[in-house]
Design a protein around this ligand. Structure first.
Ligand SMILES: Cc1cc2nc3c(=O)[nH]c(=O)nc-3n(C[C@H](O)[C@H](O)[C@H](O)COP(=O)(O)OP(=O)(O)OC[C@H]3O[C@@H](n4cnc5c(N)ncnc54)[C@H](O)[C@@H]3O)c2cc1C
Length: 411
């Protein structure tokens, strides 16, 4: 059996499509096979809970490439095909139809899947998750007929769906176990901003509650029973309780996995010919000095570019800071950096929190660990520079909008 020159990419989402693009941009002229279990060509997910769900963006705008791009660039796009296994010794992937594809290098870009609700009644019709474009279509259709929905989970997807539902005139009850929305990501100081935002827009935000059952009749959900016995009526229930990485293939193949496929700063796994990028990768980030798995768009956009180059033998590390954004009602924000829920000792606000035009900084030991600009659009580079510099800052001067961010003195 001759050695293959084929580069195989498992998972045809944003990360997979970007990797294929960069392989060609970098001059790789061997075969590239991009395999995806969805029947849609690669698309971006952020619009599914924002403009596409709101009916403001057309379907064509969500795709990573035009349909002809794949053939034009010699990328064999195999859709509706699940990769079932990897044989690292044989350098082969096995597909759902029993066929096998040999690879010289393999990129795992299998992303992640929504965590399912283990609650009784959760498999009824009208219990909806949001990951794929068909999910967004289904929820959009519900907005046309429903008068009220329940959203379980006040994370990014739950909150954005709630905002879209309100825009469509649907009553929304959000049910969240924690004391505030987004508490584990943002901490209480900034999480409060999101609680206020949704309440102001008429959302019934119920915090610190436990869901015990999805109620329904004739197999169709009609509400949510809480552990205290109370009942929330709903025409549909949207569940957004987090995601888990699709790392089963890697695990079964004996690769190192821990909360995702463990890869080094060059996105290489414990097998030298297998790489991972995007939501599925737990990558060593030199800027943070630790492994981190990032479940965000910018990571799925940029990390595979580094992975593709590494697959071609270039020696470069991926050291971008984590970055993500959200749009809810009239609030747009961007977040740069990374901080554990108990990893900071102070939050400094700069600007007008009441009017929701501010920057929040998370500080630890006097250093800026992360920054978030809310409805302020000219501060990205300076926030990132502050985080990257690792220098101490004077919190009072950091809070003072008259002091330029790049001139904030040390603490
Ligand atoms: C509704 C929604 C809104 C979002 N909004 C934002 C936002 O505002 N800001 C932000 O930063 N991020 C946002 N994200 C997150 C962002 O979309 C993800 O980080 C990004 O999609 C990850 O891309 P990926 O290519 O790594 O994985 P995915 O997008 O999950 O793509 C992986 C693909 O691989 C396929 N696959 C999996 N296993 C196999 C297999 N065995 N064989 C073949 N194919 C397989 C999957 O079906 C999928 O198509 C949002 C996500 C969702 C769902």
């Amino acid at each position: 059996m001759s050695a293959s020159s084929t580069y195989v990419i498992a998972g045809a989402g944003l990360a997979g499509a970007k990797a294929a693009e960069v392989l060609r941009e970098e001059g790789f002229d061997g075969p590239v096979v991009l395999i995806g279990e969805e029947t849609e060509r690669p698309y971006e997910r952020p619009p599914l809970s924002k403009d596409y769900l709101l009916g403001k963006a057309e379907r064509e705008t969500i795709y990573v490439h035009p349909p002809s791009w794949y053939a034009d660039n010699g990328v064999e796009l195999r859709l509706g095909v699940t990769v079932k296994g990897i044989d690292p010794a044989a350098h082969e992937v096995g597909l759902v139809d029993g066929s096998r594809v040999r690879y010289a290098k393999l990129l795992l870009a299998t992303g992640s899947s929504p965590r399912r609700l283990p609650t009784p009644g959760a498999d009824a019709d009208g219990v909806l998750y949001l990951r794929r474009v068909a999910d967004s279509d289904r929820i959009k259709a519900v907005f046309q007929t429903a008068s009220r929905i329940a959203v379980i989970g006040a994370g990014w997807v739950g909150l954005e769906t709630a905002a879209a539902a309100r825009a469509a005139g649907v009553e929304v009850t959000i049910l969240e176990t924690a004391a505030l929305p987004l508490l584990r990501v943002l901490g209480p100081e900034v999480a409060q901003v999101f609680a206020g935002l949704h309440r102001e827009h008429g959302v019934d935000l119920r915090l610190g509650v436990q869901v015990s059952e999805i109620t329904g009749s004739n197999g169709r959900a009609d509400g949510v029973r809480l552990a205290d016995g109370s009942h929330v009526e709903a025409d549909a229930v949207v569940v957004g309780v987090g995601i888990t990485p699709n790392s089963q293939l890697a695990e079964a193949a004996g690769l190192a996995t821990q909360n995702g496929v463990v890869v080094d700063a060059r996105l290489r796994s414990s097998d030298p010919d297998i790489y991972a990028a995007g939501d599925v990768a737990s990558a060593y980030n030199p800027a943070l000095g630790r492994h981190i798995r990032v479940e965000h768009w910018a990571n799925a956009l940029n990390q595979p570019q580094a992975a593709a180059r590494a697959m071609l033998g270039q020696d470069l590390a991926y050291d971008r800071l984590p970055y993500f954004y959200t749009d809810q009602y009239d609030l747009g924000m961007e977040y740069h950096g990374y901080v554990e829920p108990d990893g900071y000792d102070q939050v400094v606000f700069r600007g007008d929190v009441e009017r929701r035009e501010f920057i929040a900084f998370w500080l630890g030991g006097g250093r800026v660990l992360a920054g978030m600009n809310v409805n302020i659009w000219d501060a990205n580079d300076m926030i990132q520079a502050l985080v990257r510099s690792g220098r101490t800052v004077d919190p009072d001067r950091l809070a003072d909008p008259s002091v330029p961010l790049d001139e904030v003195p040390g603490g």
